[in-house]
Structure formats: structure tokens, C-alpha cells
Design a protein around this ligand. Structure first.
Ligand SMILES: CC(C)(COP(=O)(O)OP(=O)(O)OC[C@H]1O[C@@H](n2cnc3c(N)ncnc32)[C@H](O)[C@@H]1OP(=O)(O)O)[C@@H](O)C(=O)NCCC(=O)NCCS
Length: 182
């Protein structure tokens, strides 16, 4: 378990899969993700089985929040993680989705990314953590900026989204920048 202030990150369990099916079929959630076709529980079961073949460091993590600080009850709201880890250059890509839309814009995305950065730099000894985000996903860009990510470039018109080509923004944090802000 990776513990933050209002959130914690844990391994994904099989009973989480129906939540993914619900969230990843929601057009509003999918708008920020590279997903086009509807997904089924069988798709998710296959995805879950494939996780066991991955390095433990690259397995996605479940995001749980604690709505009431005084009550020890945790609610599963989304998914995050580091992947494509390059151990020679100490670089990894980060990803996140919060499927429970009622939890958006309350700072949980920012806190999750801050926790991922801490985990990546302090526990995995990474030097650079980066991500890609559609230019249209202003909520995500704002959350990433609050967590410390800097926009460093873009892939122009790299994503076809609802009838338009949109730029894919590249954002990153270096370990030195992150340490300066601790
Ligand atoms: C992107 C996501 C992880 C952000 O998480 P979150 O918990 O909603 O983000 P936070 O509350 O930490 O921060 C969002 C910020 O954007 C702001 N915001 C919300 N809608 C906005 C908009 N349309 N334009 C600009 N800013 C916006 C919020 O007010 C908040 O900023 P503030 O704290 O300064 O007021 C979450 O919304 C999500 O999972 N979305 C669906 C999947 C997705 O897009 N994943 C990202 C793929 S790159």
C-alpha cells in the first residue's frame, strides 16, 4: 500500500473489474483516454490476467479515497501507475483515470500524481517521470501542473478525437525539480 493524506494506492483485485467496465464505457471518462471501442467484463478479465506477466513495478494501482478523515472507510475511485519504465535512463511514463466523476475537481487527481511522483523518485529512484495529455483535457493539465508537471512540448494533431485532430501535450517532472519543492 502506498499511503497519502486523503488517498491510498493498492494492488488491483479481481473484484475491481466491474468498476473498470462501468468507468471505461463512460463517454466523459473516455474522452481523455485513447479508447474508442466499448469494453466488456471479459476484456477486463483478460487485461487483469495479463498484469501478472508484467513487472510488479509497472502494474497499475487502484486509487482509494477516504471521504471522512475520521472514519476508516476507503472507496475505490480510479486507477493510476507508472509504465514503460526505462531502468537505464531512469525514466517512466505516468497515467491516471478517476472513474467516479463525482470525485473530480476535488484535488484527488493532483494528490494521486503527487503520490506517484514521490513513489517514483523516492522508492524507485527514477530521474524523470512524464505523461501525455490531450490539449482538450484542461482539467487533467491543471491537475498535473498543480502536482509539479511542466509542459515541455507537444505532438501536433497526434490524436483524432470526436471528429478533430488535437495536439498531445507532453509534460514531465525531473527529480531535481521535485526535490526542490519538497
Ligand atoms: C484528469 C483527472 C485525473 C483529474 O483529476 P481531478 O481529481 O479531477 O483533478 P484535481 O481536482 O486535482 O484538479 C483539477 C483542476 O482542474 C480544474 N478544472 C476542472 N475543469 C476544468 C476545465 N474545464 N478547465 C480548466 N480547469 C478545470 C479544477 O478546478 C482543478 O483546479 P483547481 O484546484 O485549481 O480549482 C480526472 O478528472 C480524470 O480521471 N478524468 C477522466 C480520465 C482522464 O482524463 N485521465 C487523464 C488522461 S491524460
Amino acid at each position: 500500500m502506498i499511503i497519502g493524506d486523503r488517498i491510498r494506492l493498492r494492488a488491483i483485485e479481481k473484484q475491481d473489474l466491474p468498476y473498470y467496465v462501468k468507468w471505461l464505457n463512460d463517454p466523459e471518462v473516455r474522452q481523455g483516454l485513447s479508447m474508442i471501442m466499448p469494453i466488456s467484463l471479459v476484456d477486463e478479465e483478460e487485461w487483469f490476467a495479463s498484469l501478472q506477466q508484467k513487472s510488479p513495478f509497472e502494474r497499475p494501482l487502484a486509487i482509494e479515497i477516504q471521504p471522512e478523515p475520521t472514519i476508516d472507510k476507503w472507496v475505490f475511485v480510479g486507477n493510476c501507475g507508472l509504465f514503460s519504465i526505462d531502468w537505464t535512463n531512469r525514466v517512466a511514463e505516468a497515467g491516471i483515470h478517476i472513474g467516479e466523476k463525482s470525485c473530480w475537481s476535488q484535488g484527488f487527481g493532483t494528490e494521486t500524481m503527487q503520490l506517484i511522483l514521490k513513489h517514483g523518485f523516492e522508492s524507485l529512484n527514477l530521474n524523470r517521470i512524464w505523461l501525455r495529455v490531450f490539449e482538450t483535457n484542461q482539467r487533467a493539465i491543471r491537475a498535473y501542473e498543480k502536482a509539479g508537471f511542466i509542459q515541455e512540448g507537444k505532438f501536433r494533431q497526434a490524436q483524432y478525437l470526436e471528429g478533430n485532430y488535437v495536439d498531445v501535450i507532453i509534460m514531465s517532472v525531473l527529480r531535481s525539480e521535485w526535490k526542490d519543492n519538497q
